[in-house]
Design a protein. Structure first.
Lengths: 100, 423
């Protein structure tokens, strides 16, 4: 969420959010944080496919055809743990926030 | 106000019941979308609106829906897309709509809805009382209440102007009494030419502009807006409260807009109802003032005329705008009286009294010298309210003034059995 909160007279009517949803950071809701072990990861795309918040991101090889690595966008990840459940090689660990 | 000159030419006499009068008003108001589910005593409105369309007399989109929850949802979507939209319901239908009522008003969508007042179950009853519309009193809809078919016609036309005014942008309910008004034929005046109504409404609905992310955009869900908007997303403790303030201010603005629209309409129609908020009758020198809403006002006027002939100083204020409630204006109008009798045609379970009583009594609190205020709950489930019943109630108020009768808080008027008195 944006740093500065707007007062009521600066808001559009009808409960319209003043910012696009990309500005509304939901990462602070997280209790557990997914950590991807890049050694174990087989780049199967399952976590990317199942993530309900579109928070699994991909870094591509220079040719743009193969993924180099998968990583989590912690600004939006709410820590639901679905990625951990669907990972076939147990490459994603859920860690209590602040522990790692 | 006298009807003369141009106004006479513009209008024609027609025999319509309250429901038909509302359907005519909707047809003439250049409405884009109608979605409604029939329920007694509102059914005739929906039937007529479907007939107009079938006969080629109207060109709105008519959506047949499976429930009132869907009816209001469909109308909400249409309004969000920029349409002028109308629906109508009563009693259980309004209760089923309850969830969507709050959403329509909070999204600031200028929907107009006719409420044909009917008692609420259980037991099942199709006849008039105001318990249904009173259940919507906190939903942030503007609630206007008409006395007869003529006023229902006039008020529906005014309602579109009020709802769509940029100072308001809130949905408007137009209530009137089930059967007593909805199914009673009256000779009323309507505009001969739809164009007169179109002109009064300022043409098709105008889409308000809002500032969003540094740009001016349309307050409507359509893809061509400079900045697309989202209506009704998650809004937590950081912004929800702030979003409620403009809504509260819009309701405050409605006092002025209701009056302005009423006055402007009076100029083209020759008909006025007090100042649009309150419709007083013989209050200036009155010792006893009755507060009423709806068709009972007609009966009350008859009783007041009778009592005035006997030299008794009695008056009445009919509440035309229940939300926003014109508390300042009401207090100024009634504060000189000795005793106020508030007539509520709605249930008062667990409250200090009926909804009109609670509002009226509260308006007078700031005055050092204030009249006594007592409550009559009457006419539930369509119980007949003849002049003799109202006369008896007003005579009782005189007895209190003379010290012959003990003051009470609330009495159920016109019910059989031992008197149940709220002290």
């Amino acid at each position: 969420m944006s740093e500065e909160l707007l007062s009521w007279d600066k808001l559009p009517i009808g409960g319209i959010p003043p910012f696009p949803s990309t500005e509304y950071k939901t990462g602070t809701w997280r209790t557990f944080k997914p950590i991807i072990d890049e050694e174990k990861c087989t780049k199967c795309f399952r976590c990317w496919l199942y993530c309900p918040d579109n928070s699994i991101k991909i870094e591509w090889e220079a040719d743009g055809k193969k993924p180099r690595r998968f990583f989590v966008n912690y600004e939006f990840c709410k820590g639901c743990g679905i990625c951990t459940k669907v990972c076939p090689v147990n490459a994603i660990e859920m860690v209590l926030e602040g522990e790692k | 106000m006298k009807i003369e000159g141009k106004q006479m030419i513009d209008q024609m006499d027609i025999i319509l019941n309250g429901d038909e009068a509302v359907a005519y008003a909707v047809k003439q108001s250049d409405v884009d979308v109608v979605a409604a589910y029939p329920i007694t005593p509102q059914t005739i409105i929906v039937e007529r609106l479907a007939e107009f369309l079938a006969n080629g007399e109207a060109d709105y989109e008519f959506i047949s829906v499976e429930s009132e929850h869907s009816a209001l949802s469909a109308v909400m979507g249409a309004s969000a897309a920029g349409a002028r939209a109308f629906t109508a319901t009563a009693s259980q239908g309004l209760l089923l709509m309850n969830e969507i009522l709050w959403i329509v008003s909070s999204l600031r969508l200028p929907v107009v809805m006719a409420i044909v007042d009917r008692a609420v179950s259980a037991p099942i009853n199709i006849h008039c009382d105001h318990t249904d519309i009173m259940s919507a009193r906190d939903t942030s809809w503007v609630i206007l209440h008409a006395e007869n078919a003529q006023e229902a016609y006039d008020t529906v036309i005014q309602a579109f102007r009020i709802a769509e005014d940029e100072r308001v942008l809130l949905p408007v309910m137009v209530g009137f009494d089930g059967f007593l008004v909805s199914h009673t034929s009256e000779r009323i005046k309507i505009f001969k030419d739809d164009e007169i109504v179109h002109k009064f409404l300022g043409g098709p609905r105008k889409i308000p502009k809002i500032e969003l992310q540094g740009k001016t955009t349309d307050f409507a869900l359509w893809p061509k807006t400079p900045v697309p908007i989202t209506l009704g997303p998650l809004d937590l403790y950081d912004y929800y409260f702030e979003h409620k303030i403009p809504q509260a201010i819009a309701m405050e603005n409605a006092y002025q807009v209701i009056k302005e629209v009423h006055d402007e309409y009076a100029k083209i129609s020759g008909r006025s109802y007090g100042d649009g908020l309150l419709h007083p009758y013989m209050v200036d020198d009155a010792e006893i003032i009755a507060i009423v809403m709806g068709s009972t006002a007609g009966t009350m006027r008859y009783v007041i005329d009778e009592m005035r002939e006997e030299g008794l100083k009695v008056g009445m204020v009919r509440i035309r705008s229940f939300r926003p409630f014109p508390y300042k204006q009401l207090a100024e109008m009634i504060k000189h009286a000795k005793i106020i009798g508030v007539f509520d045609r709605a249930q008062d379970m667990g409250a200090q009294g009926g909804p009109l009583y609670v509002e009226t009594r509260s308006t007078l609190y700031d005055y050092d010298l204030r009249p006594k205020v007592v409550n009559y709950v009457y006419g539930l489930g369509g119980r007949d309210t003849p002049p003799s019943l109202l006369r008896g109630a007003l005579d009782k108020l005189y007895d209190i003034l003379k010290g012959k009768e003990k003051i009470f808080r609330r009495i159920y008027l016109g019910v059989r059995g031992p008197e149940v008195r709220g002290e």
